[in-house]
Design a protein around this ligand. Structure first.
Ligand code: GRF
Length: 193
């Protein structure tokens, strides 16, 4: 997608809405020598998102946008991204759908992580639906974001076996552990590392 130039890491923004455990794993990865990215901005639509605490912990700039007026918010967001020279966006538990216009401006430069083996189980409540359908496997997917929900080109997936006694809570924990490993791997893959 984008070639690494010199030793400079690619400035990345991570968009969150909640706990931010994927954000934490991405920040840790970004600090390693093998990471092509640096995390320079944390964006949230939710001022109470727990994940915003990582801004303090790691001294990374944060910005909250309420998304009440999507069009206006996205305009402000684009300005903020430009100001911070952001080249790549990683969605990590971000609960707002970005407009086609926004996505087009960052074509092939927005990644998302989803807790299912896409194209199966797009959208919300994936673990619950997976269990209701008596699936044997679930997993997680990192994909490029296009204008359709959870439908962009798949970068990497990881399968997780479902145990008989799994609940949506135990499953979500198991899948999250894999998500934390998969997102950095997918980023390395995108940059041919
Ligand atoms: C993850 O399961 C992610 O796949 C989904 O939302 C959850 C976010 O978790 N899109 P966290 O905020 O990264 O802990």
């Amino acid at each position: 997608m984008v070639l690494l130039t010199g030793y400079k890491k690619i400035k990345t923004a991570v968009f969150i809405s909640g706990t931010g455990s994927n954000l934490n794993s991405l920040i840790k990865f970004s600090k390693t020598n093998k990471s092509p990215i640096s995390i320079n901005l944390i964006v949230s639509n939710n001022s109470k998102a727990k994940g915003l605490n990582y801004s303090k912990i790691y001294k990374i700039k944060k910005k909250v946008f309420n998304f009440k007026n999507k069009n206006l918010t996205e305009k402000k967001l684009l300005l903020e991204l430009k100001k911070n020279k952001i080249e790549i966006i990683c969605l990590a538990g971000f609960m707002r759908i970005l407009s086609k216009k926004f996505v087009t401006k960052f074509k092939n430069k927005i990644l998302n992580i989803h807790p299912s083996l896409l194209p199966k189980y797009k959208g919300l409540n994936t673990h619950q639906r997976v269990l209701e359908n008596n699936e044997i496997y679930t997993g997680c997917t990192v994909h490029f974001v296009n204008s359709k929900l959870d439908s962009g080109k798949i970068i990497l997936q990881k399968k997780v076996k479902i145990a008989k006694n799994d609940t949506k809570y135990t499953l979500s924990k198991k899948v999250l552990i894999e998500e934390h490993k998969l997102y950095p791997k997918a980023i390395s893959k995108v940059f041919n590392l």
